[in-house]
Structure formats: structure tokens, C-alpha cells
Design a protein around this ligand. Structure first.
Ligand code: ZN
Ligand code: ZN
Length: 589
């Protein structure tokens, strides 16, 4: 309380000083800009230009300068994107990288990758033509309406301004769509129908009850109505498209090998090709299934008096089913997770696996209402523009679930899997990685960091903890872990098989249910995801495989001098960078 009052006083004093020194302030800013290193000037320019071209992306990252601008996806905007690509490519090409630090070199490569990815998306992949689900205004508006970064009146004024171009937005998007896939057309219908929950009665009531002027309120009402109508017209049009492509035979949702490899290279930034990763996944699947078979034989007599089925996969499935009954009660879900965190901290310390910063303990909390999309647990970290905020481990209590739903959820997150989940999300998984990446702050990495490295680290720690003896080498723990890991592996196999090798739905469901012990509903959901996205499903396994392989490689190279803790800390010190670049740096030592 005291602190707030003091900083407010300082802020007021500053405001009055800057008020009468406007010109010298501008000069000061000019001087400061010139004093910045060429690399900082480059990154500043890059990010500021990118946010100018892609203001909705900026909005999601918590950068609110351009919130009132709803980009109309027309030829003019694509020309602006083209200009950005050309200008930035040129700037990067001209830049002398020899004096950069290792971390800056990675930042440089990340920026370069953004440029190449935008170019490819715009001129080759062209999902802006065949994926109607690219067009939906709801997300950006929801971000502003549910945001807490500014007072409600201010945000309502932004919404008022932003709503102006909603009709033009949808008109332009209809001109873009050529020969779309049926799957993405259906998704577009579903998601745009969701826009009604954003342009809701409550939003209008909020605006009418606000401190907006009467004039503004009148305009708000008009634009709100026009926006709703524009969404309705658009959904009607999408339904016509749906019928027409059903008749004529729609475009295949599969992108094929050439485009898949290119997208994989740009999105994952892996040291492998997609095909190489797929082959590793297939080999890992076989290995793990063999381990599961051994464990099933070992555990069977402990849990069953009947003879083990001849089909080993069927036996494993029955055993997993039996073991899944061991889970916490629904009322104790949050408490149990809370209780496990100190145990994980203790284990990591005792085994000397990585230094955990005692000044940054993890705060476990019940997920706030507005964030509760689905049950589960997640880390919520402050964005780069909101560094002061806390990091939380959000756990959603199962209160809103039916008895049946809760039971099925708890069986999935049973006694063993719940511990693996906590390793993944919290310690030493996502949370620990985040603490390390914040210690070497790089706005480029926090904005454009490598998702495969981040997810790969969390998946890597699951196995590393078990290898170090977490769970006392209990065969049940390993069996459950393998099932969990098999999901990550099969996501890669599924995505590649569907998108590149033409796998159909029946074969996909068979892979997931029979080979990876998944439930029918989960498998159906995965199939749907594999038809709508490409490459994203491989990111967990790609990162995991590369980190694990790197560790083995460093172990070989360093021989007796290898130290696991030192490896972990060095690995994380590079921030959320693609593993292939971290590898280059670590092996160069
Ligand atoms: Zn139960
Ligand atoms: Zn994760």
C-alpha cells in the first residue's frame, strides 16, 4: 500500500517535469536511440515494424499500441506484409553479425526465420486462400474485452473504434477464399458462430452502463449491430461454400511432402528433416512397446489372478485400465497437486539435477474463472511487456464436471500420471525453464522463442526424473510413463502419416487406440486436429528427441567430465532457442 502511494507520487512529479520539457524530451529520446547498440536498434526496429504490420499479433503479446486497428485482409495489407519482408530481409542481410554474442546470434536467426516464414506463408503456402478459418474477428475483441491492462472505459473505446471495420474485414476475406478445404470451412463456421459469445448482450450492456458519452454509446450500438450482422452474413456465405464444395469435391486438407518439410523447417527449426523425425518416432514406438510388454508380464500376477491374454497389447490395455483406478478423489485434486510440488523440489535438490531459485517459488492457485476453458493444469507466465506479474501454476478444480466426466478425467490423470504432469508443467519442467529463460532476458526469444524447445524440455524432464529414480523405479510408474510418452511419439507419427503419407481416419484411429492405448474419444479428437493443423503435433516429440540426443552426444564428448546438473543449466542458459542452435554452441565448447 505504502509502496503504491510513493510510486504514484513519483509518477506525478515525473509527469509535471516532462510536461514543460517536451522538446528536450524528444531530443533525449533521439540521443538514447543513438546510444543503443546497433543490434538493439535492429531488434527494436524489427519488432516495432512487425507490430505495425500485424497489430492483432501484438495485441496477443500484450503490446497495445495498435489495438484500435483491425487489419482488413486485402491486397493492400498483403502488399504491406511484402514490404516488411523485403525491408527486413535487406536489413538483416546488411547487418554485421561477427561481433554478436551467442545469445544475440540466436536472436538474429529467430528474426530471420520470422521473415522467411511470413514470405512462405504469403507467397507459397497461401493458407489465406484455402483456409477460411483464418478469418475471425472474435479473438482480438475477446482479448480486449477480457483484458485487465486498462480501465474498462478505455477498452470499450478501443472496441468501439475496432468494430468500425468488421464488415469490411469479412467482405475482404470472402474475396480471398479460393477452393477451400471442407474441414477448414466447417471450422470457420463453428468458430465464427462463437463470435456471438464475444459480441454478446453483456458487452452491449457493459457499454451502455459505462462512462462513454451519449454520442459514443449511440455509435457503439450502431457498430455492434453492424458487426453482428457482418458475422451472420459471413456464416451464411460459408454455409453456401460448404454445400458447393461438397458437390464439386473439395481440396484435400493434406499438404503433402514438399510443403510439409518446408513448414516443419520453419515452425520447428529442427536439426532434422520431418522424415528423419518420423523415422525416429517409429523406432521409438517399437522400443517402448517392447518395454511395456515386459512390464506387463512382470506386473500381471500382482494385479490379476486370471491368465494373461495372449495378445500382449490387449494385456497391457487391461493392466492400464486396472491401474487407472488408483487416483485422487475429485475434491482433493488441487490439494494433491499443491502437496506434490515441494516433493519435486526436494527430489531435484537431493539428486542435484538443477539449481532452483529459492526466491522464485512456484505459486499454485485455482485457475481464475475467466481462464477456465477446460479442466486441467497450466503454467501462466507474464508476457514480455508485463514482466512484473507473477507466474502461476493454474489448476482447475473439477467442480463443474459431471460425476462421469470427473471420473474419466481422474482415471486419465491417475496416481502416476498426475506426478508426471507436475514434472512436465512445474518442476523441473516448464516453470523451471521459464525461470532460467527470464534470467537471460531477450525480448526476441520471449516473443519468438522456439515452441519445440520449450515443450521438448518439459517432455525431456519427465524421462530424466524417472531415470534419476523419481518414483523409486516402480514398474507401474514406468508403464504409465511409457503410455504418456507414447502419446507424444504417436502424435508425430500421426501428423506425418496423415499429412504426407495420406493416412485415412480408420487407420489413424487404429494407430492411436491399438498402438498407443488411447480412448476412442481422445483418438477422434486427435484425428480432427491432424486434419486442421500441420506440423504442430510434432513439436513435443521433436524437441524432446533433440534434447535427449544432445545430452547423449555431450555425455560422449565430455566423458568423465560430464555432469548432468551442469548440462541442464548450460542448456537452459541459452533461453528458448531452437535446440539445433543450442547444440552448436554447446558442442563448440
Ligand atoms: Zn475412480
Ligand atoms: Zn507442455
Amino acid at each position: 500500500m505504502k509502496k503504491a502511494a510513493l510510486s504514484l507520487a513519483i509518477a506525478l512529479a515525473m509527469a509535471s517535469i516532462s510536461g514543460c520539457q517536451f522538446t528536450s524530451d524528444a531530443q533525449q529520446a533521439q540521443i538514447e536511440a543513438e546510444q543503443k547498440s546497433p543490434f538493439v536498434q535492429l531488434t527494436d526496429k524489427f519488432i516495432e515494424s512487425l507490430w505495425y504490420v500485424e497489430p492483432t499479433w501484438a495485441l496477443y503479446e500484450g503490446y497495445h499500441k495498435y489495438d484500435t486497428k483491425l487489419v482488413i485482409p486485402n491486397e493492400e495489407h498483403r502488399a504491406l506484409q511484402g514490404k516488411f519482408i523485403e525491408a527486413m530481409r535487406e536489413r538483416l542481410l546488411m547487418f554485421d553479425t561477427t561481433t554478436l554474442t551467442a545469445s544475440q546470434k540466436i536472436d538474429f536467426k529467430l528474426m530471420h526465420n520470422i521473415v522467411e516464414k511470413m514470405d512462405w506463408e504469403l507467397n507459397e503456402f497461401k493458407s489465406w486462400q484455402w483456409n477460411p478459418a483464418n478469418y475471425n474477428v472474435a479473438g482480438g475483441f475477446a482479448q480486449i474485452i477480457n483484458g485487465t491492462y486498462a480501465p474498462l472505459d478505455d477498452r470499450l473505446r478501443v472496441v468501439l473504434e475496432r468494430m468500425k471495420d468488421v464488415p469490411a474485414y469479412y467482405t475482404a476475406s470472402r474475396l480471398n477464399v479460393v477452393n477451400p478445404t471442407l474441414e477448414h470451412t466447417l471450422l470457420a463456421i463453428q468458430q465464427n458462430e462463437g463470435a456471438n459469445s464475444v459480441f454478446s448482450k453483456e458487452l452491449l450492456e457493459k457499454a451502455m452502463a459505462s462512462n462513454l458519452t451519449d454520442e459514443e454509446k449511440k455509435l457503439f450500438q450502431q457498430r455492434y449491430k453492424a458487426a453482428k450482422l457482418a458475422v451472420r452474413i459471413h456464416i451464411g456465405w460459408l454455409k453456401l461454400v460448404e454445400n458447393s464444395i461438397k458437390g464439386s469435391g473439395p481440396r484435400d486438407f493434406r499438404i503433402g511432402e514438399a510443403q510439409y518439410e518446408k513448414k516443419f523447417a520453419l515452425d520447428i527449426q529442427s536439426g532434422m528433416t520431418a522424415k528423419q523425425l518420423y523415422e525416429k518416432a517409429v523406432a521409438d514406438k517399437t522400443l517402448i512397446q517392447a518395454e511395456m510388454e515386459k512390464l506387463t508380464q512382470q506386473l500381471w500376477p500382482k494385479y490379476f489372478t486370471t491368465a494373461m491374454p495372449k495378445d500382449s497389447k490387449q494385456a497391457t490395455r487391461q493392466l492400464i485400465d486396472k491401474l487407472s483406478a488408483n487416483h485422487v478423489e475429485r475434491e482433493k485434486f488441487v490439494t494433491e497437486i499443491n502437496a506434490q510440488i515441494p516433493e519435486l523440489v526436494e527430489f531435484v535438490k537431493q539428486k542435484d539435477l538443477i539449481t532452483l531459485d529459492p526466491d522464485k517459488p512456484l505459486v499454485v492457485r485455482e485457475t481464475p474463472e475467466y481462464m477456465r476453458g477446460f479442466a486441467g493444469a497450466s503454467i501462466s507466465a507474464p508476457g514480455p511487456y508485463d514482466k512484473a506479474a507473477n507466474t502461476y501454476y493454474n489448476v482447475t478444480p473439477l467442480d463443474d464436471m459431471s460425476a462421469e466426466g470427473a471420473e474419466s478425467y481422474l482415471r486419465e490423470y491417475n496416481h502416476w500420471i498426475l506426478q508426471i504432469l507436475n514434472i512436465h508443467e512445474a518442476i523441473p519442467g516448464h516453470y523451471t525453464q521459464l525461470v532460467y529463460s527470464n534470467e537471460s532476458p531477450s525480448i526476441v526469444k520471449s516473443l519468438f522463442g522456439n515452441g519445440a524447445m520449450v515443450e521438448g524440455w518439459a517432455v525431456y524432464t519427465e524421462r530424466m526424473m524417472l531415470e534419476e529414480g523419481y518414483g523409486n523405479f516402480e514398474p507401474e510408474m514406468w508403464l504409465m510413463y511409457y503410455k504418456w510418452n507414447l502419446r507424444v511419439i504417436c502424435n508425430t507419427i500421426l501428423d506425418y502419416s496423415v499429412q504426407v503419407k495420406g493416412m485415412d481416419k480408420d487407420a489413424a484411429i487404429k494407430l492411436l487406440t491399438e498402438e498407443a492405448f488411447q480412448q476412442q474419444a481422445e483418438a477422434e479428437g486427435k484425428w480432427k486436429r491432424a486434419t486442421l493443423s500441420q506440423v504442430q503435433l510434432t513439436s513435443y516429440y521433436a524437441g524432446y528427441r533433440e534434447i535427449y540426443d544432445l545430452r547423449e552426444e555431450v555425455k560422449q564428448a565430455r566423458g568423465d567430465k560430464f555432469n548432468l546438473k551442469a548440462f541442464h543449466e548450460e542448456f537452459l542458459s541459452y533461453g528458448s532457442a531452437p535446440v539445433k542452435y543450442i547444440r552448436e554452441m554447446m558442442l563448440a565448447k
